[in-house]
Design a binder for this molecule. Structure first.
Ligand SMILES: NC(=O)c1ccc[n+]([C@@H]2O[C@H](COP(=O)([O-])OP(=O)(O)OC[C@H]3O[C@@H](n4cnc5c(N)ncnc54)[C@H](OP(=O)(O)O)[C@@H]3O)[C@@H](O)[C@H]2O)c1
Length: 317
């Protein structure tokens, strides 16, 4: 039985990935600070070894890599790596000791869309600090794969959706009131023409891709893959579909960005700006071809499930 260490395995992705790997026959070891619990229960969690390690503190002490090595992993899934230094510490400790490292990246490594759908081959032109750091991590890991035969694969998810948290909404931020407005037939104001795009993915589809990469490791090693739904949505198309779920026709109004941003809070404007200036629309062709990735959810299907959960919570509140 292979030992799979998942760093940060109790969050969005881990909630689905841990049960998948347990069912696939792995001994799963979940590294976290022990603060979070998975979004949904599953029998698998009774069989998971929990390793309580604060990554940030252990990295400061220079002990993180060694702590992971002591867990004797065959494979490591790294869901919480945000800096090149953090990535280097782990790689240095794992070199020669593991069969595979799976790193969770982000489609933000691409910066704004140019030729769509964006493929993995397109140059990295990140436009935000997070994207810059993730692109640098990716480049470092791919260099390790090429020069030192380090067995690493990078998966880049889009906007992760699932039951248990508010999905990115049709206005490009996270406040759930937007779904209520559309369901009640109220007017929704969108920035510009509502034609900028967002690209969701269900957390279980992200987990599926991690599982497939492990299964197809000979093909996956040394590669990066986008992990998103089959198609991105324009904000306008997204809003119209959400209104239709409640039998409504979306009542949309459009404002140029500088005016629109005054209609929402600063944090909402910041989230929307971050999404629309990227306007992601990524291809999953490579993951389909090389890993057999087959998303179970469309963008709308994934969001619908999350919105049903939100409604259930409102009913309880
Ligand atoms: N969310 C998105 O839409 C999105 C989109 C693209 C890419 N990504 C990528 O997805 C990855 C995050 O995955 P996720 O969304 O499943 O994570 P998440 O829901 O944020 O969960 C974070 C996990 O890491 C643990 N954790 C947090 N701080 C820690 C620390 N200092 N030491 C040890 N464990 C710690 C948490 O448990 P405790 O709190 O109990 O420690 C939890 O298990 C990142 O690499 C991110 O770049 C996310």
């Amino acid at each position: 039985m292979e030992r799979a260490v998942i760093i940060g395995g109790t969050g969005h992705i881990g909630t689905y990935l841990v049960p998948r790997l347990w069912k696939a026959g792995y001994q799963v070891i979940c590294v976290s600070r022990g603060l979070r619990v998975p979004y949904s229960p599953h029998e698998a969690w009774q069989h998971v070894e929990a390793a309580n390690i604060d990554r940030a503190a252990a990295e400061r002490a220079g002990t993180f890599g060694e702590s992971i090595r002591r867990l004797e992993p065959d494979v490591v899934v790294d869901l919480t790596c945000y800096t090149p230094e953090s990535s280097r510490q782990l790689v240095d400790a794992m070199r020669g000791h593991i069969k595979m490292l799976l790193h969770c990246g982000t489609i933000w490594v691409h910066g704004h869309s140019t030729v769509v759908p964006t493929t993995e081959e397109q140059p990295r032109r990140p436009i935000c600090d997070y994207g810059l750091r993730k692109a640098e991590i990716e480049a470092g890991l791919l260099r390790e794969a090429t020069t030192n035969q380090f067995p690493v694969t990078i998966l880049h998810p889009g906007h992760i959706v699932g039951e248990g948290w508010a999905p990115l909404n049709p206005a490009g931020h996270f406040h759930p009131r937007v779904f209520q407005q559309l369901a009640r037939g109220e007017e929704l104001v969108l920035p510009n023409f509502g034609l900028e795009t967002v690209h969701h993915v269900h957390a279980d589809d992200v987990a599926q891709a991690f599982e497939l990469a492990l299964l197809n490791r000979d093909t996956a090693i040394g590669q990066s893959f986008h992990i998103v739904s089959g198609a991105a949505l324009t904000l306008r198309g997204y809003a119209e579909a959400v209104a239709q779920w409640s039998g409504r026709t979306a009542r949309l109004r459009f404002l140029p960005w500088p005016e629109w941003r005054e209609t929402v809070s600063d944090s909402e404007a910041e989230a929307t700006w971050d999404h629309i200036r990227h306007s992601p629309h990524c291809s999953i062709g490579k993951a389909v071809r090389l890993l057999g990735f087959k998303p179970r959810y469309t963008s709308l299907g994934a969001v619908h499930e999350a919105v049903q959960w939100l409604k259930k919570m409102e009913g309880k509140g």
